[in-house]
Design a protein around this ligand. Structure first.
Ligand code: ZN
Length: 308
């Protein structure tokens, strides 16, 4: 009888230690343990073993949690670093763009400048010189074709107003209205058109003229890449990815003046959805060098007058 009891008790002991047995069973086990040395010994040993087992399990659990927590912390740190780097880099670009824009204003507001630009477009070499003196503008456009044909169109204009409803005025600098005398010299003839009224926009000297508000500034800073470099010996920034200005444009901007030094050829789409291409262009500037002498027109008697 006792032997049978012992077997049952020993069977129940693991569950008893884990507190899975009911009250009545507990009483029965406890009564038995009081009187049976053999079972008591087994009970004590089993309890010890289970405790050790649980401790190991607990330790493993803590170790795993620690490891997991460490991994989580590393991930948090990595994300934080990425976010901070992004914010710092965007801030840096916003600062550079704003700084260059401010520097360029001095020249944008200048009424006495001489700007020369060079481009190669579909095999044609173009050189455009703009002379600005107050309300007067002289443009010299020299075109040389692949076949060596040369054409020089010189325009003497005086500003007589602005064009009220400039298309795309939000994107491009507003057009000004000029009254012009246009002189064209080719290899074979000299012609002139007098008193022509045209809308012109020639004053977009700064690089970032498309950025009109903080939203444009932030968007441009996020999407653009701006790197320090040199171009023709000038310290400058190489800027690309500026959708507020030209979607596919990249350009060199003078670090000290904020002026465009060079733009790469780019494609664009105007608000009407028409696609176009702008040739790569290089720019040179002089300020304060234009005089009235630059506006002395050629001897009209050498030219054939053509009607518009
Ligand atoms: Zn027993």
């Amino acid at each position: 009888m006792k032997e049978r009891d012992c077997k049952i008790i020993q069977d129940l002991l693991p569950n008893y230690i884990e507190k899975l047995t009911n009250e009545e069973t507990n009483k029965f086990i406890e009564e038995h343990l009081k009187t049976c040395e053999e079972c008591k010994k087994i009970y004590n040993n089993m309890k010890k073993d289970l405790n050790v087992d649980n401790k190991i399990k607990e330790k493993k659990k803590v170790k795993f949690l620690k490891k997991y927590r460490n991994k989580l912390r590393i991930l948090e740190i990595i994300i934080l670093i990425i976010v901070v780097a992004f914010v710092v880099n965007t801030g840096r670009k916003m600062y550079i763009i704003t700084d260059l824009n401010n520097k360029a204003q001095e020249y944008v507001n200048s009424t006495n400048y001489h700007r020369t630009s060079y481009s190669l477009d579909n095999g044609n070499y173009n050189k455009l010189e703009v002379f600005s003196l107050g309300d007067k503008k002289k443009l010299i456009l020299t075109t040389m074709t692949e076949d060596g044909e040369k054409e020089v169109v010189t325009t003497y204009g005086t500003k007589i107003g602005t064009v009220p409803d400039t298309p795309y005025a939000k994107t491009y600098p507003p057009l000004e209205k000029y009254k012009q005398n246009i002189y064209k010299v080719t290899d074979t003839e000299k012609t002139a058109m007098l008193d022509v009224e045209v809308g012109m926009s020639v004053d977009n000297q700064e690089a970032f003229w498309g950025i009109e508000n903080t939203k444009d500034l932030i968007m441009t800073a996020i999407t653009s890449s701006i790197n320090k470099t040199t171009f023709n010996g000038n310290e400058c920034y190489y800027v690309s990815g500026t959708p507020a200005i030209l979607p596919n444009a990249s350009m060199y901007v003078n670090k000290d003046t904020g002026l465009l030094i060079s733009t790469m050829a780019s494609e664009y789409e105007n608000p009407d959805g028409e696609r176009g291409r702008i040739a790569g262009t290089e720019y040179e500037y002089e300020f304060g060098t234009v005089t009235e002498e630059d506006f002395i027109e050629p001897d009209i008697s050498e030219y054939t007058i053509v009607e518009q």
